[in-house]
Design a protein around this ligand. Structure first.
Ligand SMILES: Nc1ncnc2c1ncn2[C@@H]1O[C@H](COP(=O)(O)OP(=O)(O)OP(=O)(O)O)[C@@H](O)[C@H]1O
Ligand SMILES: [Mg+2]
Length: 247
């Protein structure tokens, strides 16, 4: 066992699978199919960090405007607007549609277009990081960001640059990415090799019912439970059942 400092995930049951939490300052990739809870998971990590650990957070959205995002998160009782006013939370709208809310102070980024630059996003994250002294960062989802690099070498460079920049801040980060194929035969994505930790969310068929399952694929510095475990999404957010088996 190494003595690396841990960060509480805010997801009930996950600490047990991680033997204590995420390794501090690392970049964790959350891989999941549509509707598996990537946005809820990464937001729960950020929200619980502010509320319970006094760790300020940044949430970067690449697919939703702040208005829609806040509406969805309010279903879980997460009042992020209050934290925004208190300068504990910053929302970066990097969605291709942009934020149409005139009250929003966030700038629009042109991701998903040819002229998009990753440096633009990195700059924006770094300036928000300095502004509130963030300890947690979430980018959700990075899919469109990485797929604008069809060339594998350029893609690798871009991801490494993003991961290194985030790690250099000392903040603990979650990057979400869409799962391209599911089941046991799925292809491992390049990003999974480059991230420090990988967690996979899936919906699988067990008997004649669908079950939500979570698996820790890897977590550098940490001894993990590598088994597939069930999780649920409720009005309190995501909850993992570390003692239950799926099959
Ligand atoms: N209050 C709730 N109670 C139970 N389940 C909920 C609740 N709110 C949302 N969900 C579930 O959460 C899922 C959406 O979660 P989330 O938006 O985090 O997924 P995602 O992986 O980010 O999806 P996408 O691929 O669309 O970005 C929905 O499929 C829905 O079943
Ligand atoms: Mg989402």
């Amino acid at each position: 066992m190494s003595g690396s400092e841990r960060v509480l995930t805010g997801i009930p049951g996950l600490e047990e699978m991680l033997n204590g939490g995420f390794p501090r300052g690392r970049v964790i990739l959350l891989v999941g199919g549509p509707g598996t809870g990537k946005t809820i998971f990464s937001s729960q990590f950020i929200f619980s960090g502010i509320e319970q650990q006094n760790e300020n957070g940044i949430y970067v959205s690449l697919d939703e405007s702040q208005h829609h995002y806040l509406k969805e998160m309010s279903a879980f009782g997460w009042n992020l607007e209050k934290f925004e006013k208190e300068k504990k939370w910053i929302f970066i709208d990097a969605s291709p549609i942009g934020d149409k809310d005139p009250k929003s102070k966030t700038e629009r980024l042109t991701i998903g277009r040819k002229n998009f630059s990753l440096s633009n996003l990195i700059e924006r994250i770094l300036s928000s990081f300095k502004e509130i002294g963030a300890k947690r960062i979430a980018i959700d989802p990075i899919t469109s960001l990485v797929f604008q690099y069809p060339d594998i070498i350029q893609r690798r460079e871009a991801i490494l640059k993003l991961i290194e920049t985030l790690a250099e801040t000392g903040a603990t980060s979650i990057l979400t990415i869409e799962l391209k194929s599911s089941g046991l035969e799925r292809n491992v994505q390049l990003e999974e090799y480059l991230a420090h930790g990988v967690i996979i969310l899936q919906t699988i068929q067990v008997g004649n019912s669908s079950t939500r399952v979570i698996q820790i694929e890897k977590m550098r510095e940490v001894s993990i439970d590598p088994q597939i475990r069930p999780y649920r999404i409720t009005e309190r957010g995501i909850e993992v059942y570390p003692k239950e088996s799926v099959f």
